[in-house]
Design a protein around this ligand. Structure first.
Ligand SMILES: [Zn+2]
Length: 120
């Protein structure tokens, strides 16, 4: 991967991170703004489950941000784009589709097959 590729992936990752954080702020505003609107207990219950859903999403976002941070560290280390399993280069189309990936497509499919075998 050349320097221009590295720079463009760094930009993609920073943009992803920023988008998630901005969405997170919107979510927080929604959550505080809705509190007074539901006088009816049934409405309130559905608002509560919406909130649980939002919190789950945010948990997923937090995990994604961690992955993005790790990818940015790999960019600084010069190891970005290497498969952490076999050490080969991850293809650029794969990185573009999933910039936080740490596995090449071969290792990823092997991992998915193993997960399918073990259930879960
Ligand atoms: Zn691999």
């Amino acid at each position: 991967m050349n320097q221009a590729d590295i720079d463009s992936f760094r930009e993609i990752l920073r943009k992803m991170r920023q988008d998630i954080l901005e969405q997170g702020e919107d979510t927080l505003e929604d959550m505080t703004g809705e509190r007074e609107m539901y006088a009816d207990p049934a409405d309130r219950a559905s608002a509560e489950s919406d909130r649980a859903f939002t919190l789950r999403l945010r948990d997923r976002d937090r995990k994604l941000i961690k992955k993005i941070d790790e990818a940015l560290e790999r960019i600084e280390d010069g190891t970005y784009g290497e498969c952490e399993d076999c050490g080969e280069d991850i293809s650029k189309p794969r990185l573009k589709a999933r910039p936080v990936t740490t596995l090449c497509i071969k290792c990823k499919s092997r991992q998915e097959q193993q997960e399918a075998l073990h259930g879960d």
